[in-house]
Design a binder for this molecule. Structure first.
Ligand code: GCU
Length: 425
């Protein structure tokens, strides 16, 4: 073996050892969860107690928001820049005449360059306008959520997925509807809701160099290099708010009844979008786990060090300082959920999704209830998790743990719609 081969092997082994170490660091043993103290919700940084909703809204809420921007997700630009909405496609007879289908291209116009995102919208024909809408991002392109041949095929970069047969970052006609199992469009329409979705890679292709190929490039390198500059999650969340800007201009959509939802990394995104942008009427987190609903301090399943090493672009650079030091974080995720108060929020877990720490997701929802209490709203009353597949839905904070794996199932959607019927309609 020559020297080049030996050195190649050495680096390869080192890489494998490193990635194994990252995988090994996680804990699935409840008895090994450390004791921890959560940062207080109802106490200002000055130490004074928060007793009224006014104190919460004027002082504590902004404090928590700025901690998240500085240490976790990063700052998104204050101004949205120049933006143009172009309706590129409308069909009033979609899905066997049951729906209006629309595609809206949002152009973000910079000094030298333009970036766009496509919003795919389905609205029920049978319901009086304006309609309430679920808004959620998708993982592989708008055309993957339904077989409907009218949907524009996504042509830019997409994540590879062996399971879905996507390689070389390109999709073709055969990928229509490959994710339809997660998007029961007809059922959503039947229940009187619209659905809007965006491919998340339009804003920030999901890889470490993705910033250059998404909307961040319009805002200059300096912003990206900054240790508190927006990471990918903040960029996706920013895109959800831009979709909300569009809804405010569409007479068929009720902007006061837009429910932002997301699964997994896009569940983290939905929570951050809903936490910042109070125009969202409700927020739904499906299996969002670490950096989403789960409490960091439990260090159960995915940890800060693991998520930062596997997805270095998701959070702001400052967040990496907390690798292995969750207890030093000035926030924990009950605070993220509390930022949604008093609006309805629903957290959902799956029992086999230990990576996302179902108990940590539940406890965040439970501890956030204190802020709902300030508003005389009921959050989650009891610190004990409900039985499998038995949603808590009557209170302003909803929760369920369903049987099965990390996924979005019809059961999840039905529960979200039951919850929305109660709290948003
Ligand atoms: C990985 C990652 C999670 C994330 C998930 C997803 O498993 O570790 O944090 O939620 O991908 O988005 O599917």
């Amino acid at each position: 073996m020559n020297a080049i081969k030996v050195s190649f092997l050495f680096w390869l082994l080192l890489l494998v050892a490193f990635s194994l170490r990252a995988q090994e660091q996680h804990n699935y043993d409840e008895s090994k969860v450390p004791d921890f103290t959560l940062p207080p919700l109802l106490q200002n940084s000055s130490g004074s107690p928060v007793k009224t909703t006014r104190q919460w809204e004027r002082i504590r809420r902004p404090e928590i928001l700025s901690l998240y921007k500085k240490y976790v997700y990063g700052h998104s630009p204050e101004s949205t820049g120049q933006m143009v909405f172009q309706t590129i496609n409308v069909s009033s007879k979609a899905l066997e005449n049951k729906a209006i289908q629309k595609e809206v291209k949002v152009l973000f116009i910079g000094d030298k360059d333009t970036v766009d995102m496509n919003i795919l919208i389905y609205l029920p024909k049978s319901v009086a306008k304006p309609v309430p809408v679920f808004l959620g991002m998708n993982f592989y392109g708008n055309h993957t959520i339904h077989r409907d041949a009218e949907i524009t095929l996504h042509e830019k970069w997409v994540n590879n997925s062996q399971r879905l047969g996507i390689s070389n970052h390109k999709v073709g006609e055969t990928s229509r509807g490959i994710r339809a199992n997660r998007w029961p469009v007809e059922r959503i329409l039947e229940r009187g809701y619209g659905l809007a979705t965006i491919y998340y890679g339009d804003l920030f292709p999901d890889h470490a160099e993705g910033a250059d190929d998404g909307v961040q490039r319009l805002y200059g390198k300096q912003h990206i290099a900054d240790s508190t500059g927006w990471g990918a999650i903040a960029t996706w969340a920013w895109g959800l708010s831009r979709a909300m800007d569009y809804f405010e201009s569409d007479d068929n959509i009720d902007p006061a009844r837009v429910i932002v939802m997301g699964h997994s990394r896009l569940g983290k995104t939905a929570l951050w979008a809903g936490a910042q942008d109070q125009r969202f009427a409700a927020v739904i987190s499906n299996n969002s786990g670490c950096g989403g609903a789960a409490l960091f301090r439990r260090k159960f399943g995915e940890t800060v060090a693991i998520i930062n090493s596997n997805f270095p672009h998701w959070f702001c650079k400052n967040f990496h300082r907390f690798n292995g030091m969750e207890e030093k974080l000035p926030i924990d995720q009950h605070m993220l959920i509390s930022l949604v108060a008093p609006r309805p929020v629903y957290v959902a877990s799956a029992v086999e999704d230990r990576w996302a720490d179902p108990k940590g997701e539940f406890l965040s929802a439970f501890y956030a209830s204190e802020v709902y209490g300030l508003y005389k709203q009921e959050g989650i009353k009891n610190a004990v998790m409900p039985p499998l597949n038995k949603p808590i839905a009557a209170s302003r904070i909803g929760y369920h743990i369903r049987s099965g794996r990390h996924d979005v199932k019809v059961f999840d959607w039905e529960s979200y719609m039951d919850f929305a019927d109660l709290h948003v309609r």
